[in-house]
Ligand binder design. Structure first.
Ligand code: ADP
Ligand code: ADP
Length: 228
């Protein structure tokens, strides 16, 4: 369902971030993306949700080619792909409920559906009891769970997470992994860039290692493979 064919990305400052990547990710997979800092992991991920355009090559998401997609169809693509970041990116003046509902309001979902869908995803991330809280009233792990709820409330086919546990202590990080695993078991493809060696080596999944903008390793049940 996600395919990259000979994809290259050179930034405007001439940095060659991705240098000829070929990869296929099937529906329902869980993929860790690992590699040293500056290897190109974030660029690889940003190409998938069309935050960056490839310089060369073809990226296909669920039969849609990102090189020929019309600007007006990008919002539809983004609905198929939920994204979670290391720094949560919540709206600080909105409550937990409102942060999640916002993703549905922008697509003009019916009000009664919004309420149901928001409470359903807050249940998945175990934050129903904190729906009225502001992000500043939550722990880091809770804020990341709100970000995950927001990312999945449109029922995307793919959830992309760029170092989702990067700002969290180890115990909290494991809690986030439980939730991502749960979401994956419900059928969503999960792609997670991470430096968390313990998690990758314990919860075994497909591991794609990127170095110098190329895939240097791709293992079905892989290991982290670097010093933490
Ligand atoms: P990683 O996520 O593995 O740390 P990145 O994809 O962020 O790697 O970066 C790969 C390379 O591209 C690095 O040399 C980085 O400095 C460069 N880079 C990343 N984003 C940009 C950008 N927006 N503009 C220019 N260069 C960038
Ligand atoms: P963690 O152990 O995950 O880092 P914290 O110790 O930060 O969590 O928070 C413990 C609990 O207290 C959490 O459920 C959080 O929602 C709540 N909490 C933390 N800070 C505040 C605050 N300023 N106002 C209200 N509740 C808070």
């Amino acid at each position: 369902m996600i395919e990259m064919k000979d994809v290259w990305k050179t930034y405007s400052n001439n940095v060659k971030a991705i240098n000829g990547i070929n990869i296929k990710i099937k529906k329902g997979e869980f993929v860790y993306v690992v590699g040293p800092s500056g290897a190109g992991k974030s660029t690889f991920i940003r190409l998938m949700y069309r935050e960056e355009k490839a310089t060369k090559g073809e990226i296909i998401i669920d039969k849609t080619s990102l090189s020929t997609i019309k600007e007006k169809h990008i919002p539809l693509l983004r609905r198929k792909i939920g994204v979670v970041f290391q720094d949560f990116k919540l709206l600080t003046s909105l409550s937990v409920y409102e942060n999640v509902a916002f993703a549905l309001e922008v697509i003009e979902e019916a009000p009664d559906m919004i309420k149901r869908k928001v409470m359903d995803v807050l249940d998945i991330v175990q934050l129903k009891n904190k729906a009225r809280f502001l992000p500043s009233e939550l722990s880091g792990g809770e804020q990341q769970r709100v970000a995950i709820a927001r990312a999945i409330v449109n029922q995307p086919d793919v959830l992309i997470a760029d170092e989702p546990t990067g700002n969290l202590d180890p115990d909290t990080a494991w809690g986030i992994m439980d939730i991502l695993d749960d979401i994956n078991h419900r059928g969503t493809t999960v792609i997670m860039a991470t430096h968390n060696k313990d998690i990758v080596n314990t919860i075994k999944k497909r591991v794609v290692a990127i170095e110098g903008g190329r895939v240097v390793r791709d293992e079905i049940r892989g290991t982290y493979g670097y010093e933490a």
